[in-house]
Design a protein around this ligand. Structure first.
Ligand code: HEC
Length: 194
């Protein structure tokens, strides 16, 4: 009796177990599939965010004070300064060869000093006519060309330093917005002065 009673039960228990195992396997595969898809989309969107977010120059390029002169300018209004625009070797070569857009590695620096009358020079001239560079003002600015790193801001990284300290994002956000108007020379306003 015992064996007779047990024997017919066995196959149905095994069949049910098989069904349960199949369902669990299906669930696990489905969960793994969804997890993989989620991981891929988050990674992709993370990368897209990184590309779109502007990156700024946060370190002063070494040796910039020894670079060669591109030109000078005088700004009035609130700036009231006299400025020199310098370029590293790659920038200077590109200017002289008339090469546009600027190649990766080109760096342009903008230095500025307050625009002040020179009493000493005026004495020599015998009348007020001489203006010179006073103390540094309006910070030091840089544009670094790296078409991949700074792809979201026209291939240029913008940097502004007051007393060696980088300006905050609020200031740096304004750079590209305005320099975009300089499409005639790859976003650089200053022309080379022979
Ligand atoms: C309202 C427009 C405007 C804004 C904002 C602006 N610039 Fe400029 N920038 C100019 C103009 C115009 C010149 C050329 C005349 C001059 O030197 O003043 C210039 C010159 C420069 C130069 C020299 C190369 C060139 O393009 O002539 C650098 C480097 C520079 N700016 C960097 C910056 C940085 C960094 C910022 C942001 C902190 C910035 N600029 C914000 C208009 C702007």
């Amino acid at each position: 009796m015992k064996t007779k009673h047990q024997t017919p039960l066995k196959p149905s228990v095994t069949a049910r177990r098989n069904v349960i195992i199949k369902r669990i396997t299906f669930l696990l595969v489905a969960v793994a599939f969804v997890a993989i898809i989620l991981a891929c989309t988050t990674a992709a969107s993370g990368r897209a965010d990184e590309e779109a977010a502007p990156i700024y120059v946060e370190e002063i390029p070494p040796g910039y004070r020894d670079w060669r002169l591109i030109s000078v300018a005088h700004e009035e209004g609130n700036l009231n300064d006299i400025r020199a625009i310098l370029g590293n070797d790659i920038a200077i070569e590109a200017y002289r060869d008339g090469k546009l857009p600027f190649p990766d590695g080109a760096i342009i620096a903008r230095l500025a000093w307050s625009y002040v009358p020179s009493e000493e020079n005026n004495k020599v001239f015998g009348r007020p006519q001489s203006f010179v560079a006073g103390p540094p003002t309006n910070g030091v600015q840089f544009m670094i060309k790296d078409s991949k790193k700074y792809a979201s801001t026209g291939g240029w990284g913008f940097g502004h330093f007051n007393d060696g300290k980088p300006a905050g994002e609020a200031v740096l956000k304004t750079c590209f917005a305005c320099h975009q108007a300089g499409t005639f020379r790859d976003l650089v306003f200053t022309g080379y002065t022979p």
